[in-house]
Design a protein. Structure first.
Length: 257
């Protein structure tokens, strides 16, 4: 039930849905005064939500800062790579399609190649309602890419049951009971997702070192274009950030992180 409700909530907090609701309200309301107010509110909200600078400032405040590999211990036993970066609905299903956030994969591979982690634990079943449509978990798909990149199969561990961040932590802990030799971990996930992920892993007794990847934020720019020009992609990124903020609060209230 929690999984399904979280999916419904995702659409409820999308800024595009808010804008559409205001426009529809302006059309169907019978009082011209209220119709004008709704249109003004829609216009103001649109200007705010398409301002890339405001979004970037919010992202910079929320995302954990980058970590240099040299800041990590000489070598951790394993890195935990969280999924959520594949497109399972795209066909043909004879390959792996990566979406935004693919830096999670490349950063985990980078740490492995640099000798900062000894193994890679890929955690993630399917985040789709009803499960995967292609018969393979997201973890299995990313493991395919890791093997193609030269990572030996014995250095890849799969956790294929989780559907959300809490389950990532729970099932990774269960997996580690079968591998007592793994004691130190590095957690690789998107920078905006690190706070919630870290909280979930710590809540189940695991204390990984964070290694943020997949940044949505960019460096500030002292130019008029940065502050004034609208950004069409800002609406989508506000949805991602708001979803994460609400998710973090809900997880806190429920004691998941």
């Amino acid at each position: 039930m929690f999984f399904l409700l979280s999916k419904i909530l995702f659409y409820a907090i999308m800024p595009a849905v808010w804008l559409l609701a205001l426009l529809l309200g302006a059309v169907v309301v019978r009082r011209p005064r209220w119709s004008r107010r709704l249109l003004v509110a829609c216009a103001v909200l649109f200007v705010v939500l398409t301002n890339g600078a405001l979004l970037n400032e919010a992202l910079l405040a929320w995302e954990l800062p980058p970590v240099r590999p040299t800041q990590l211990p000489t070598r951790s036993d394993a890195g935990v790579l969280l999924t959520g970066i594949t497109k399972g609905s795209k066909s043909p299903h004879d390959r792996v399609y990566l979406s935004t956030g693919a830096d999670r994969l490349t950063n985990a591979l980078w740490l492995y190649r640099a000798g900062r982690i000894g193994r890679i634990i890929v955690s993630g079943g399917s985040g789709e309602v009803g499960g995967s449509k292609i018969g393979r978990s997201e973890a299995a798909q990313l493991a395919t890419l890791l093997r193609l990149s030269g990572v030996p199969p014995q250095d890849i561990l799969l956790e294929e049951r989780s559907r959300n961040t809490r389950e990532n932590a729970l099932y990774t802990r269960q997996l580690l009971t079968q591998h007592p030799e793994i004691k130190s971990l590095v957690l690789v996930t998107s920078a905006f997702h690190q706070r919630r992920a870290l909280g979930c892993f710590r809540q189940v007794g695991l204390h990984p070192i964070p290694f943020p990847a997949g940044y949505y934020s960019a460096n500030r720019q002292a130019t008029p274009a940065y502050w004034l020009l609208p950004d069409a992609g800002a609406l989508a990124n506000w949805s991602i950030l708001l979803h994460e903020l609400v998710g973090y609060v809900v997880y806190k209230v429920l004691g998941y992180c």
